[in-house]
Design a protein around this ligand. Sequence first.
Ligand code: ZN
Ligand code: ZN
Length: 279
Amino acid sequence: MIEVVLLGIAQDGGRPQAGCNLDCCIDIHSKSELWRTPVSLGVIEEEELHLIEASRMIGKQLTLVDNKIPKSVWITHVHLGHIDGLGQFGTESMNTTRATLHCSEKVSKNIEKTPSLKLLLENENLVFGDWGVRNENFKITPVEIPHRDELGDNHALIIEGMENKLLFMPDHDTWNETLESVGYESIKEWLKNLEIDIALIDGTFWNDKEIKHRSQENVKHPPIEETLERIGMSEEDDPRIIFVHFNHTNPVLNKETKEYKKVIEMGWEIGTEGMKFYL
Ligand SMILES: [Zn+2]
Ligand SMILES: [Zn+2]
């Protein structure tokens, strides 16, 4: 079986977030149990590790998977938290030999135009692999999903083993745009049609009021409140829906909050670092 380990659950900025002087991040220097690293998955196929997203906290994250050196890395889009660990494949850190880098055409163009990342390709620390792959043990299929795309496009990934299918969709703009782009009316209908067993989806914000200093205009992501309204209670035959990619301000990071409890009472889940899935 394929084992998938949730290596990080935070939004790109992580927790503590640089410059945040709110209760979520102030004075937590010595409280490492409150720190959270940007979203990432480790996919273990026999002895080999495939990494989904390259977070800058890769050093800490790999300790959850026996410090294996990734054989491949998959990038959903080029926003900060998803690619700022790519440099760790280079000579200053892991110095990998021909690890495969899987991403869309637009993302690969962006990487090639970034001198520090291009160097990784010139040194063959990384070589491009196919976007979408199938081998005897598992299959990864990208699905294009609308997300602010000033630097390239954005994809969700479907990871499929012999037994189960997992959807990883850490970032998107709005449910209306996403559902329209995949051609379904409801979230459950989409997931059921894809035969998804486990869905790790964008839970960046609890609601619109969370970020007072920024408008929803420039910070997209459907709030968890809206997603819950759309999916209702978990029913028999529904997939597991697990929220990930939490902003440092999100109340669901604390198990004692009413927001966390509401998600659990409705039968859904909040991702935690080290959570494992078997596909
Ligand atoms: Zn992100
Ligand atoms: Zn904060």
